[in-house]
Design a protein around this ligand. Structure first.
Ligand SMILES: Cc1cc2nc3c(=O)[nH]c(=O)nc-3n(C[C@H](O)[C@H](O)[C@H](O)COP(=O)(O)OP(=O)(O)OC[C@H]3O[C@@H](n4cnc5c(N)ncnc54)[C@H](O)[C@@H]3O)c2cc1C
Length: 576
Protein backbone atom coordinates (compact mmCIF):
# COMPACT_ATOMS: atom_id res chain seq x y z
CA UNK A 1 0.00 0.00 0.00
CA UNK A 2 1.21 3.51 -0.75
CA UNK A 3 1.91 5.73 2.27
CA UNK A 4 -0.64 8.27 1.01
CA UNK A 5 -3.40 5.67 1.21
CA UNK A 6 -2.77 4.68 4.82
CA UNK A 7 -5.48 5.50 7.36
CA UNK A 8 -3.04 7.34 9.56
CA UNK A 9 -1.61 9.60 6.86
CA UNK A 10 -2.24 13.38 6.87
CA UNK A 11 -1.13 16.03 4.40
CA UNK A 12 -1.21 19.52 5.90
CA UNK A 13 0.50 22.78 4.79
CA UNK A 14 1.98 23.76 8.13
CA UNK A 15 2.41 21.37 11.04
CA UNK A 16 3.19 22.95 14.38
CA UNK A 17 4.56 20.83 17.20
CA UNK A 18 3.58 22.33 20.53
CA UNK A 19 0.50 24.17 21.79
CA UNK A 20 2.22 26.62 24.11
CA UNK A 21 2.35 30.32 23.38
CA UNK A 22 4.88 29.90 20.56
CA UNK A 23 3.04 27.10 18.76
CA UNK A 24 -0.44 28.60 19.07
CA UNK A 25 0.68 32.07 17.98
CA UNK A 26 2.36 30.57 14.89
CA UNK A 27 -0.68 28.41 14.09
CA UNK A 28 -2.98 31.42 14.35
CA UNK A 29 -0.80 33.37 11.92
CA UNK A 30 -0.81 30.57 9.34
CA UNK A 31 -4.53 29.88 9.72
CA UNK A 32 -5.45 33.56 9.29
CA UNK A 33 -3.70 33.50 5.90
CA UNK A 34 -6.12 30.81 4.71
CA UNK A 35 -3.65 27.91 4.65
CA UNK A 36 -4.22 24.79 6.72
CA UNK A 37 -2.38 24.70 10.04
CA UNK A 38 -2.35 21.74 12.39
CA UNK A 39 -1.08 21.76 15.95
CA UNK A 40 0.28 18.50 17.34
CA UNK A 41 0.62 18.44 21.10
CA UNK A 42 1.28 15.71 23.62
CA UNK A 43 -0.74 17.45 26.33
CA UNK A 44 -4.12 19.14 25.88
CA UNK A 45 -3.30 22.68 24.59
CA UNK A 46 -4.31 24.57 27.72
CA UNK A 47 -2.11 22.28 29.84
CA UNK A 48 1.04 23.50 28.06
CA UNK A 49 3.62 24.97 30.40
CA UNK A 50 3.00 28.50 29.10
CA UNK A 51 -0.21 28.35 31.15
CA UNK A 52 1.85 28.09 34.34
CA UNK A 53 3.58 31.43 33.76
CA UNK A 54 2.62 33.82 36.49
CA UNK A 55 4.50 37.08 36.50
CA UNK A 56 4.10 38.89 33.22
CA UNK A 57 5.07 39.64 29.64
CA UNK A 58 7.64 42.34 28.91
CA UNK A 59 7.14 45.28 26.56
CA UNK A 60 8.38 48.86 26.86
CA UNK A 61 4.87 50.35 26.70
CA UNK A 62 5.95 53.11 29.09
CA UNK A 63 2.50 53.11 30.70
CA UNK A 64 3.74 53.68 34.25
CA UNK A 65 7.27 55.06 33.70
CA UNK A 66 9.59 56.72 31.20
CA UNK A 67 10.53 53.50 29.47
CA UNK A 68 12.13 53.14 26.02
CA UNK A 69 12.99 50.46 23.47
CA UNK A 70 16.69 51.23 23.99
CA UNK A 71 16.37 50.60 27.72
CA UNK A 72 14.61 47.26 27.12
CA UNK A 73 17.29 46.34 24.62
CA UNK A 74 20.17 47.27 26.90
CA UNK A 75 18.67 45.46 29.92
CA UNK A 76 18.21 42.28 27.86
CA UNK A 77 21.77 42.39 26.51
CA UNK A 78 23.27 43.08 29.92
CA UNK A 79 21.07 40.38 31.46
CA UNK A 80 22.36 37.92 28.83
CA UNK A 81 25.92 38.62 30.01
CA UNK A 82 26.58 39.86 26.46
CA UNK A 83 25.99 36.52 24.77
CA UNK A 84 22.66 37.56 23.17
CA UNK A 85 22.72 38.31 19.45
CA UNK A 86 21.90 42.00 19.41
CA UNK A 87 20.09 41.99 16.06
CA UNK A 88 17.66 39.48 17.59
CA UNK A 89 17.22 41.62 20.71
CA UNK A 90 16.55 44.69 18.57
CA UNK A 91 13.85 42.91 16.56
CA UNK A 92 12.37 41.52 19.78
CA UNK A 93 11.99 44.80 21.67
CA UNK A 94 10.50 46.47 18.59
CA UNK A 95 7.90 43.75 17.97
CA UNK A 96 7.07 43.33 21.67
CA UNK A 97 4.68 46.29 21.77
CA UNK A 98 2.65 45.01 18.83
CA UNK A 99 2.46 41.57 20.45
CA UNK A 100 0.95 42.96 23.66
CA UNK A 101 -1.58 45.17 21.84
CA UNK A 102 -2.60 42.22 19.69
CA UNK A 103 -3.24 40.23 22.85
CA UNK A 104 -5.23 43.11 24.28
CA UNK A 105 -7.39 43.21 21.15
CA UNK A 106 -7.90 39.45 21.28
CA UNK A 107 -9.46 40.00 24.70
CA UNK A 108 -6.71 39.20 27.22
CA UNK A 109 -7.86 40.61 30.59
CA UNK A 110 -4.70 42.49 31.56
CA UNK A 111 -4.56 44.15 34.99
CA UNK A 112 -5.08 47.90 34.54
CA UNK A 113 -3.84 51.21 35.93
CA UNK A 114 -6.40 53.54 37.52
CA UNK A 115 -6.75 55.42 34.23
CA UNK A 116 -7.43 52.19 32.35
CA UNK A 117 -4.10 51.49 30.68
CA UNK A 118 -2.32 48.12 30.82
CA UNK A 119 -0.55 48.08 34.17
CA UNK A 120 3.17 47.20 34.41
CA UNK A 121 5.18 45.85 37.32
CA UNK A 122 8.93 45.72 38.02
CA UNK A 123 10.86 42.51 37.32
CA UNK A 124 14.43 41.35 37.93
CA UNK A 125 17.09 42.92 35.72
CA UNK A 126 14.65 45.32 34.04
CA UNK A 127 15.50 48.97 34.76
CA UNK A 128 11.83 50.01 34.38
CA UNK A 129 8.51 48.44 35.37
CA UNK A 130 7.66 46.80 32.03
CA UNK A 131 6.00 43.48 32.86
CA UNK A 132 2.39 43.58 31.62
CA UNK A 133 0.38 41.17 33.74
CA UNK A 134 -2.96 39.72 34.75
CA UNK A 135 -2.69 39.22 38.53
CA UNK A 136 -0.25 36.29 38.80
CA UNK A 137 -1.92 34.17 36.13
CA UNK A 138 -0.54 35.93 33.06
CA UNK A 139 0.43 32.80 31.11
CA UNK A 140 -2.92 31.21 31.84
CA UNK A 141 -4.95 34.05 30.31
CA UNK A 142 -2.64 34.46 27.32
CA UNK A 143 -2.77 30.73 26.53
CA UNK A 144 -6.53 30.43 26.88
CA UNK A 145 -7.14 33.50 24.74
CA UNK A 146 -4.84 32.23 21.99
CA UNK A 147 -6.45 28.80 22.07
CA UNK A 148 -9.88 30.37 21.58
CA UNK A 149 -8.56 32.40 18.64
CA UNK A 150 -7.03 29.28 17.07
CA UNK A 151 -10.35 27.45 17.32
CA UNK A 152 -12.12 30.46 15.85
CA UNK A 153 -9.75 30.40 12.84
CA UNK A 154 -10.12 26.65 12.28
CA UNK A 155 -6.68 25.48 13.31
CA UNK A 156 -6.71 21.66 13.36
CA UNK A 157 -5.71 20.09 16.67
CA UNK A 158 -4.12 16.70 17.18
CA UNK A 159 -4.22 16.66 20.96
CA UNK A 160 -2.36 13.97 22.86
CA UNK A 161 -0.11 13.04 19.96
CA UNK A 162 3.59 12.58 20.73
CA UNK A 163 6.01 13.37 17.92
CA UNK A 164 8.66 10.66 17.63
CA UNK A 165 10.64 11.46 14.50
CA UNK A 166 11.31 14.20 11.97
CA UNK A 167 11.30 13.43 8.28
CA UNK A 168 14.30 15.29 6.89
CA UNK A 169 16.19 14.39 3.71
CA UNK A 170 18.64 16.46 1.66
CA UNK A 171 18.25 19.38 4.06
CA UNK A 172 14.52 19.62 3.43
CA UNK A 173 11.99 18.88 6.17
CA UNK A 174 9.09 16.89 4.75
CA UNK A 175 6.99 16.17 7.81
CA UNK A 176 7.06 14.01 10.90
CA UNK A 177 5.74 10.90 12.60
CA UNK A 178 3.71 10.97 15.82
CA UNK A 179 2.21 8.43 18.23
CA UNK A 180 -1.49 8.74 19.03
CA UNK A 181 -1.46 8.55 22.82
CA UNK A 182 -5.21 8.01 23.16
CA UNK A 183 -5.55 4.91 21.00
CA UNK A 184 -1.97 3.92 20.16
CA UNK A 185 -0.56 3.79 16.64
CA UNK A 186 1.73 5.90 14.51
CA UNK A 187 0.56 8.71 12.23
CA UNK A 188 2.46 10.24 9.31
CA UNK A 189 2.18 13.98 8.77
CA UNK A 190 3.44 15.24 5.45
CA UNK A 191 3.93 19.00 5.60
CA UNK A 192 5.49 21.82 3.64
CA UNK A 193 6.60 23.54 6.82
CA UNK A 194 7.15 22.19 10.34
CA UNK A 195 7.57 24.30 13.48
CA UNK A 196 9.24 22.90 16.58
CA UNK A 197 7.74 24.75 19.56
CA UNK A 198 8.18 21.99 22.12
CA UNK A 199 9.18 24.19 25.07
CA UNK A 200 11.85 23.77 27.73
CA UNK A 201 13.55 20.81 29.37
CA UNK A 202 13.74 21.36 33.13
CA UNK A 203 12.61 17.79 33.77
CA UNK A 204 16.21 16.62 33.50
CA UNK A 205 16.52 17.96 37.09
CA UNK A 206 14.94 16.66 40.28
CA UNK A 207 14.15 20.12 41.64
CA UNK A 208 12.46 22.03 38.83
CA UNK A 209 9.66 24.49 38.23
CA UNK A 210 8.82 22.81 34.94
CA UNK A 211 5.73 20.82 33.97
CA UNK A 212 6.00 17.05 33.56
CA UNK A 213 5.82 17.44 29.78
CA UNK A 214 8.97 19.60 29.62
CA UNK A 215 11.29 16.80 28.55
CA UNK A 216 13.06 18.50 25.63
CA UNK A 217 11.62 16.21 22.96
CA UNK A 218 12.10 18.79 20.20
CA UNK A 219 15.76 19.42 20.97
CA UNK A 220 16.43 15.68 21.18
CA UNK A 221 14.70 15.09 17.83
CA UNK A 222 16.90 17.72 16.21
CA UNK A 223 20.01 16.12 17.65
CA UNK A 224 18.82 12.74 16.42
CA UNK A 225 18.32 14.20 12.94
CA UNK A 226 22.05 15.03 12.82
CA UNK A 227 21.53 18.75 13.41
CA UNK A 228 23.25 20.89 16.04
CA UNK A 229 22.00 22.42 19.30
CA UNK A 230 23.17 25.83 20.53
CA UNK A 231 24.39 27.08 23.92
CA UNK A 232 22.89 24.18 25.84
CA UNK A 233 25.16 24.74 28.86
CA UNK A 234 23.11 27.80 29.85
CA UNK A 235 20.24 26.71 32.07
CA UNK A 236 18.56 29.18 34.38
CA UNK A 237 17.88 28.48 38.05
CA UNK A 238 15.07 30.51 39.54
CA UNK A 239 15.74 31.69 43.09
CA UNK A 240 12.23 31.24 44.42
CA UNK A 241 11.27 27.61 44.01
CA UNK A 242 9.01 26.26 46.76
CA UNK A 243 11.27 24.30 49.11
CA UNK A 244 11.63 20.61 48.17
CA UNK A 245 8.95 20.82 45.44
CA UNK A 246 10.70 23.26 43.10
CA UNK A 247 7.28 24.70 42.16
CA UNK A 248 7.66 28.31 41.17
CA UNK A 249 6.74 31.29 43.29
CA UNK A 250 6.80 33.99 40.65
CA UNK A 251 9.30 36.80 40.65
CA UNK A 252 6.17 38.94 40.68
CA UNK A 253 6.34 38.53 44.46
CA UNK A 254 9.63 40.43 44.53
CA UNK A 255 8.31 42.76 41.83
CA UNK A 256 5.59 43.68 44.33
CA UNK A 257 8.21 44.16 47.06
CA UNK A 258 8.83 40.78 48.79
CA UNK A 259 12.15 40.23 50.60
CA UNK A 260 14.51 37.26 50.65
CA UNK A 261 16.11 36.66 54.05
CA UNK A 262 18.60 34.24 55.63
CA UNK A 263 18.64 32.60 59.06
CA UNK A 264 19.85 35.83 60.66
CA UNK A 265 16.84 37.65 59.28
CA UNK A 266 19.11 39.64 56.91
CA UNK A 267 18.12 40.73 53.42
CA UNK A 268 21.39 39.26 52.21
CA UNK A 269 21.11 40.63 48.66
CA UNK A 270 22.66 43.82 50.04
CA UNK A 271 26.06 42.09 49.96
CA UNK A 272 25.63 40.75 46.41
CA UNK A 273 23.70 43.40 44.46
CA UNK A 274 23.19 46.46 46.66
CA UNK A 275 21.56 48.61 43.98
CA UNK A 276 19.01 46.07 42.75
CA UNK A 277 18.62 43.94 45.88
CA UNK A 278 15.99 41.20 45.35
CA UNK A 279 15.34 42.49 41.83
CA UNK A 280 18.79 41.63 40.48
CA UNK A 281 18.66 39.08 37.62
CA UNK A 282 17.97 35.46 38.45
CA UNK A 283 21.49 34.11 38.02
CA UNK A 284 22.77 36.70 40.52
CA UNK A 285 20.03 36.07 43.11
CA UNK A 286 20.25 32.26 42.79
CA UNK A 287 24.01 32.33 43.35
CA UNK A 288 23.62 34.62 46.35
CA UNK A 289 21.00 32.31 47.83
CA UNK A 290 23.06 29.17 47.22
CA UNK A 291 26.12 30.86 48.75
CA UNK A 292 24.14 31.72 51.90
CA UNK A 293 22.96 28.11 52.11
CA UNK A 294 26.45 26.69 51.45
CA UNK A 295 27.97 28.94 54.12
CA UNK A 296 25.49 27.78 56.77
CA UNK A 297 23.11 30.75 56.75
CA UNK A 298 20.17 28.80 55.38
CA UNK A 299 17.19 28.71 57.77
CA UNK A 300 18.31 26.68 60.82
CA UNK A 301 21.36 25.63 58.78
CA UNK A 302 19.13 23.83 56.26
CA UNK A 303 19.19 24.16 52.47
CA UNK A 304 16.56 26.88 52.15
CA UNK A 305 15.99 30.58 52.85
CA UNK A 306 12.80 32.60 53.26
CA UNK A 307 10.68 34.61 50.86
CA UNK A 308 8.98 37.14 53.09
CA UNK A 309 5.77 38.77 51.85
CA UNK A 310 4.26 39.68 55.20
CA UNK A 311 4.93 43.43 54.99
CA UNK A 312 2.95 43.62 51.71
CA UNK A 313 -0.22 43.07 53.68
CA UNK A 314 -3.18 40.78 53.18
CA UNK A 315 -4.96 42.93 50.61
CA UNK A 316 -2.02 43.24 48.22
CA UNK A 317 -1.08 39.57 48.56
CA UNK A 318 -4.60 38.39 47.81
CA UNK A 319 -5.27 40.84 44.99
CA UNK A 320 -1.90 40.80 43.19
CA UNK A 321 -0.39 37.43 44.17
CA UNK A 322 -3.28 35.05 44.95
CA UNK A 323 -1.68 32.03 43.25
CA UNK A 324 1.53 32.39 45.25
CA UNK A 325 -0.52 32.52 48.44
CA UNK A 326 -2.39 29.34 47.38
CA UNK A 327 0.75 27.42 46.36
CA UNK A 328 2.52 28.05 49.66
CA UNK A 329 -0.61 27.12 51.59
CA UNK A 330 -1.40 23.97 49.60
CA UNK A 331 2.09 22.54 49.30
CA UNK A 332 3.85 23.68 52.48
CA UNK A 333 0.91 24.66 54.71
CA UNK A 334 2.48 28.12 55.09
CA UNK A 335 0.23 31.17 55.04
CA UNK A 336 2.29 33.87 53.31
CA UNK A 337 0.17 36.58 54.98
CA UNK A 338 1.43 35.61 58.42
CA UNK A 339 4.61 33.56 57.81
CA UNK A 340 7.71 33.60 55.58
CA UNK A 341 7.82 30.92 52.86
CA UNK A 342 10.74 28.43 52.54
CA UNK A 343 12.40 28.64 49.09
CA UNK A 344 15.39 27.24 47.21
CA UNK A 345 16.79 27.60 43.64
CA UNK A 346 14.92 25.51 41.08
CA UNK A 347 15.83 24.52 37.49
CA UNK A 348 13.64 26.82 35.46
CA UNK A 349 14.50 27.88 31.93
CA UNK A 350 16.63 26.75 29.02
CA UNK A 351 18.45 29.55 27.23
CA UNK A 352 19.96 27.10 24.74
CA UNK A 353 18.10 25.03 22.20
CA UNK A 354 17.53 24.57 18.48
CA UNK A 355 19.60 27.13 16.56
CA UNK A 356 17.67 29.39 14.20
CA UNK A 357 18.09 32.66 12.30
CA UNK A 358 16.03 35.84 12.66
CA UNK A 359 13.31 34.31 10.47
CA UNK A 360 13.11 31.33 12.86
CA UNK A 361 14.48 28.97 10.19
CA UNK A 362 16.48 26.14 11.75
CA UNK A 363 20.16 26.35 10.79
CA UNK A 364 22.47 23.40 10.34
CA UNK A 365 25.86 25.04 10.88
CA UNK A 366 27.72 28.16 11.98
CA UNK A 367 27.58 29.53 8.43
CA UNK A 368 23.82 29.75 8.87
CA UNK A 369 22.74 27.32 6.14
CA UNK A 370 19.12 26.40 6.76
CA UNK A 371 17.10 23.20 6.74
CA UNK A 372 14.32 24.15 4.36
CA UNK A 373 10.81 23.97 5.76
CA UNK A 374 11.96 23.54 9.38
CA UNK A 375 11.31 26.33 11.89
CA UNK A 376 11.54 26.76 15.65
CA UNK A 377 10.25 29.25 18.24
CA UNK A 378 9.72 29.60 21.97
CA UNK A 379 11.76 27.99 24.70
CA UNK A 380 12.89 25.07 22.49
CA UNK A 381 14.65 27.52 20.19
CA UNK A 382 17.90 29.45 20.51
CA UNK A 383 17.93 32.52 18.28
CA UNK A 384 19.85 33.68 20.56
CA UNK A 385 17.78 36.28 22.38
CA UNK A 386 18.59 35.48 26.00
CA UNK A 387 22.28 34.63 25.66
CA UNK A 388 23.65 33.27 28.92
CA UNK A 389 20.77 34.40 31.14
CA UNK A 390 17.16 35.36 30.44
CA UNK A 391 15.35 38.21 32.13
CA UNK A 392 11.98 37.36 33.65
CA UNK A 393 8.96 38.18 31.43
CA UNK A 394 11.09 38.19 28.27
CA UNK A 395 10.18 34.58 27.60
CA UNK A 396 6.41 34.78 27.13
CA UNK A 397 7.18 37.72 24.88
CA UNK A 398 9.83 35.70 23.02
CA UNK A 399 7.42 32.80 22.48
CA UNK A 400 4.53 34.97 21.24
CA UNK A 401 6.59 37.36 19.11
CA UNK A 402 8.77 34.77 17.39
CA UNK A 403 5.76 32.44 17.16
CA UNK A 404 4.05 35.11 15.07
CA UNK A 405 7.21 35.70 13.01
CA UNK A 406 7.55 31.94 12.44
CA UNK A 407 3.91 31.78 11.31
CA UNK A 408 4.50 34.53 8.73
CA UNK A 409 7.62 32.91 7.29
CA UNK A 410 5.99 29.48 7.21
CA UNK A 411 3.05 30.96 5.33
CA UNK A 412 5.36 32.47 2.69
CA UNK A 413 7.28 29.21 2.40
CA UNK A 414 4.11 27.14 2.01
CA UNK A 415 2.85 29.46 -0.73
CA UNK A 416 6.07 29.14 -2.74
CA UNK A 417 6.76 25.42 -2.33
CA UNK A 418 5.06 22.13 -3.16
CA UNK A 419 4.95 19.16 -0.75
CA UNK A 420 8.33 17.40 -0.83
CA UNK A 421 8.32 13.60 -1.05
CA UNK A 422 8.61 11.70 2.21
CA UNK A 423 11.62 9.43 2.68
CA UNK A 424 11.04 5.82 1.59
CA UNK A 425 10.37 4.37 5.06
CA UNK A 426 9.02 7.21 7.19
CA UNK A 427 7.78 4.99 10.04
CA UNK A 428 10.97 3.02 10.51
CA UNK A 429 12.74 5.09 13.18
CA UNK A 430 9.64 5.66 15.33
CA UNK A 431 8.52 2.04 15.04
CA UNK A 432 11.96 0.81 16.12
CA UNK A 433 11.83 2.91 19.31
CA UNK A 434 8.45 1.49 20.24
CA UNK A 435 9.21 -2.12 19.32
CA UNK A 436 12.34 -2.09 21.44
CA UNK A 437 10.49 -0.81 24.52
CA UNK A 438 7.64 -3.29 24.06
CA UNK A 439 10.16 -6.15 23.68
CA UNK A 440 11.29 -5.13 27.16
CA UNK A 441 14.37 -5.63 29.28
CA UNK A 442 15.38 -5.87 32.90
CA UNK A 443 15.93 -2.14 33.55
CA UNK A 444 13.14 0.09 34.87
CA UNK A 445 13.00 3.43 33.10
CA UNK A 446 11.62 5.20 36.19
CA UNK A 447 14.79 4.26 38.13
CA UNK A 448 17.01 5.57 35.35
CA UNK A 449 15.09 8.84 35.21
CA UNK A 450 15.31 9.29 38.99
CA UNK A 451 19.10 8.77 38.93
CA UNK A 452 19.51 11.23 36.10
CA UNK A 453 17.43 13.90 37.85
CA UNK A 454 19.04 13.53 41.27
CA UNK A 455 22.52 13.71 39.77
CA UNK A 456 21.73 16.67 37.53
CA UNK A 457 20.47 18.60 40.57
CA UNK A 458 23.61 17.62 42.49
CA UNK A 459 26.21 18.24 39.77
CA UNK A 460 24.71 20.68 37.27
CA UNK A 461 23.12 23.26 39.54
CA UNK A 462 23.77 26.91 40.29
CA UNK A 463 27.49 26.19 40.81
CA UNK A 464 29.44 23.73 38.66
CA UNK A 465 33.00 22.43 38.64
CA UNK A 466 35.07 19.98 36.64
CA UNK A 467 34.88 17.13 39.16
CA UNK A 468 31.12 17.24 39.44
CA UNK A 469 30.64 17.50 35.71
CA UNK A 470 32.97 14.58 34.94
CA UNK A 471 31.01 12.51 37.45
CA UNK A 472 27.79 13.59 35.76
CA UNK A 473 29.08 12.61 32.34
CA UNK A 474 29.99 9.14 33.62
CA UNK A 475 26.50 8.80 35.15
CA UNK A 476 24.86 9.76 31.86
CA UNK A 477 26.95 7.27 29.87
CA UNK A 478 26.04 4.51 32.29
CA UNK A 479 22.36 5.44 32.22
CA UNK A 480 22.36 5.58 28.42
CA UNK A 481 23.74 2.02 28.41
CA UNK A 482 21.17 0.87 30.92
CA UNK A 483 18.42 2.51 28.87
CA UNK A 484 19.20 0.06 26.08
CA UNK A 485 17.93 -2.66 28.46
CA UNK A 486 14.82 -0.77 29.53
CA UNK A 487 11.32 -1.87 28.65
CA UNK A 488 7.73 -1.14 29.58
CA UNK A 489 5.41 -3.22 31.75
CA UNK A 490 2.24 -1.95 30.13
CA UNK A 491 1.96 -3.51 26.67
CA UNK A 492 -1.38 -1.91 25.89
CA UNK A 493 -2.03 0.68 23.21
CA UNK A 494 -4.53 3.07 24.79
CA UNK A 495 -3.08 5.79 27.03
CA UNK A 496 0.12 3.90 27.62
CA UNK A 497 1.90 6.46 29.79
CA UNK A 498 4.50 3.85 30.72
CA UNK A 499 5.56 3.96 27.07
CA UNK A 500 5.39 7.77 26.84
CA UNK A 501 7.63 8.20 29.89
CA UNK A 502 10.13 5.69 28.56
CA UNK A 503 10.28 7.55 25.24
CA UNK A 504 10.75 10.87 27.02
CA UNK A 505 13.58 9.45 29.08
CA UNK A 506 15.57 8.70 25.93
CA UNK A 507 15.32 12.40 25.11
CA UNK A 508 16.37 13.51 28.61
CA UNK A 509 19.44 11.29 28.44
CA UNK A 510 20.33 12.55 24.99
CA UNK A 511 20.32 16.34 25.48
CA UNK A 512 21.63 16.17 29.06
CA UNK A 513 24.89 14.86 27.66
CA UNK A 514 25.12 17.96 25.45
CA UNK A 515 24.50 20.23 28.45
CA UNK A 516 27.30 18.59 30.43
CA UNK A 517 29.79 18.46 27.54
CA UNK A 518 29.08 22.10 26.70
CA UNK A 519 29.53 23.17 30.32
CA UNK A 520 32.75 21.16 30.71
CA UNK A 521 34.22 22.69 27.58
CA UNK A 522 33.30 26.28 28.49
CA UNK A 523 36.05 27.23 30.91
CA UNK A 524 34.60 30.51 32.15
CA UNK A 525 31.58 31.78 34.10
CA UNK A 526 28.92 33.70 32.20
CA UNK A 527 25.29 34.30 33.14
CA UNK A 528 23.66 31.15 34.45
CA UNK A 529 26.75 29.03 33.73
CA UNK A 530 28.94 29.50 36.82
CA UNK A 531 32.05 27.39 37.33
CA UNK A 532 33.64 27.61 40.75
CA UNK A 533 36.92 26.53 39.09
CA UNK A 534 36.70 29.33 36.48
CA UNK A 535 34.75 32.07 38.28
CA UNK A 536 35.46 34.91 35.81
CA UNK A 537 33.87 35.75 32.49
CA UNK A 538 36.49 35.41 29.75
CA UNK A 539 35.51 37.47 26.70
CA UNK A 540 38.90 36.93 25.07
CA UNK A 541 38.29 33.20 24.69
CA UNK A 542 34.60 32.61 25.24
CA UNK A 543 32.50 35.42 23.80
CA UNK A 544 31.09 32.94 21.31
CA UNK A 545 28.20 30.53 20.85
CA UNK A 546 28.47 26.77 21.24
CA UNK A 547 27.11 24.54 18.49
CA UNK A 548 27.05 20.83 19.40
CA UNK A 549 26.26 17.75 17.31
CA UNK A 550 26.11 14.07 18.12
CA UNK A 551 28.37 12.30 15.64
CA UNK A 552 29.24 8.60 15.87
CA UNK A 553 28.00 8.54 19.45
CA UNK A 554 30.17 11.50 20.53
CA UNK A 555 29.33 15.14 21.13
CA UNK A 556 31.27 17.40 18.75
CA UNK A 557 31.49 21.20 19.19
CA UNK A 558 32.01 24.15 16.93
CA UNK A 559 32.57 27.70 18.21
CA UNK A 560 32.72 29.63 14.96
CA UNK A 561 29.21 31.11 15.27
CA UNK A 562 29.99 34.67 16.31
CA UNK A 563 27.91 36.73 18.73
CA UNK A 564 26.26 39.70 16.96
CA UNK A 565 27.37 42.83 18.85
CA UNK A 566 26.50 46.43 17.94
CA UNK A 567 29.08 49.22 18.47
CA UNK A 568 26.85 50.93 21.06
CA UNK A 569 26.43 47.82 23.25
CA UNK A 570 29.98 46.59 23.76
CA UNK A 571 30.52 44.09 26.59
CA UNK A 572 31.06 45.66 30.01
CA UNK A 573 31.46 44.25 33.48
CA UNK A 574 28.02 43.21 34.70
CA UNK A 575 27.15 44.87 38.03
CA UNK A 576 23.78 45.41 39.69
C1 LIG B 1 6.30 28.02 36.43
C2 LIG B 1 6.78 28.90 35.33
C3 LIG B 1 6.47 30.26 35.35
C4 LIG B 1 6.91 31.08 34.32
N1 LIG B 1 6.60 32.41 34.37
C5 LIG B 1 6.95 33.21 33.34
C6 LIG B 1 6.56 34.58 33.31
O1 LIG B 1 5.86 35.08 34.19
N2 LIG B 1 6.96 35.33 32.26
C7 LIG B 1 7.71 34.83 31.24
O2 LIG B 1 8.03 35.56 30.30
N3 LIG B 1 8.09 33.53 31.24
C8 LIG B 1 7.72 32.71 32.25
N4 LIG B 1 8.10 31.39 32.24
C9 LIG B 1 8.73 30.84 31.04
C10 LIG B 1 7.70 30.69 29.94
O3 LIG B 1 6.46 30.33 30.51
C11 LIG B 1 8.08 29.63 28.92
O4 LIG B 1 9.41 29.82 28.49
C12 LIG B 1 7.17 29.71 27.69
O5 LIG B 1 5.82 29.72 28.09
C13 LIG B 1 7.45 28.57 26.74
O6 LIG B 1 6.46 28.55 25.75
P1 LIG B 1 6.57 27.51 24.56
O7 LIG B 1 5.43 27.79 23.66
O8 LIG B 1 7.93 27.56 23.99
O9 LIG B 1 6.44 26.07 25.23
P2 LIG B 1 5.36 25.36 26.25
O10 LIG B 1 4.32 26.30 26.72
O11 LIG B 1 6.18 24.67 27.25
O12 LIG B 1 4.66 24.33 25.30
C14 LIG B 1 5.33 23.21 24.79
C15 LIG B 1 4.37 22.41 23.95
O13 LIG B 1 5.08 21.39 23.26
C16 LIG B 1 4.33 20.21 23.27
N5 LIG B 1 5.26 19.09 23.07
C17 LIG B 1 6.46 18.90 23.65
N6 LIG B 1 7.02 17.76 23.21
C18 LIG B 1 6.15 17.22 22.31
C19 LIG B 1 6.15 16.05 21.52
N7 LIG B 1 7.15 15.18 21.53
N8 LIG B 1 5.07 15.80 20.74
C20 LIG B 1 4.03 16.66 20.72
N9 LIG B 1 3.99 17.79 21.45
C21 LIG B 1 5.04 18.07 22.22
C22 LIG B 1 3.61 20.20 24.58
O14 LIG B 1 2.47 19.40 24.52
C23 LIG B 1 3.27 21.70 24.73
O15 LIG B 1 2.04 21.98 24.10
C24 LIG B 1 7.67 30.55 33.26
C25 LIG B 1 7.97 29.20 33.24
C26 LIG B 1 7.55 28.39 34.27
C27 LIG B 1 7.95 26.95 34.23
Amino acid sequence: MKIEEARNYHQIDAVIVGAGLAGLRAALQVAKSGLTAAVITKVYPTRSHSGGAQGGIAAALANVSEDSLEAHMFDTIKGSDYLADQDVVERFVNEALKTVYEFEHMGVPFSRTKDGRINQRPFGGHSQPRACFAQDITGHVLLHTLFEQCLRHNVLFFNEFQVLSLQIKDDVCRGLVAWDIRTGGLHIFQAKAVLLATGGYGRAWKVTSNAHANTGDGVALVLEAGLPLEDMEFVQFHPTGLYKHGILLSEAARGEGAYIVNDKGERFMKTYAAAKMELAPRDVVSRAEQTEINEGRGIQGQDYVYLDLRHLGKEKILSRLPQIHDLALNYLKVDAITDPVPIQPTAHYSMGGIPANLNTEVIKNAAGQVVKGLYTAGEASCLSLHGANRLGTNSLQDAATFGRIAGSHMTDYCRKNAFADLPAKPLEAAQAKIDRLFAGGKERHADIREELQVNMTRNMGVFRNQDGMLKMLAVIKELQDRYQQAGVDDKGLAFNLDLIEALELENLLSFSEVIVEGALARKESRGAHFRSDFPKRDDGNWLKHTLAWRRDGKIVMDYSKAVVIYPQYQPQERKY
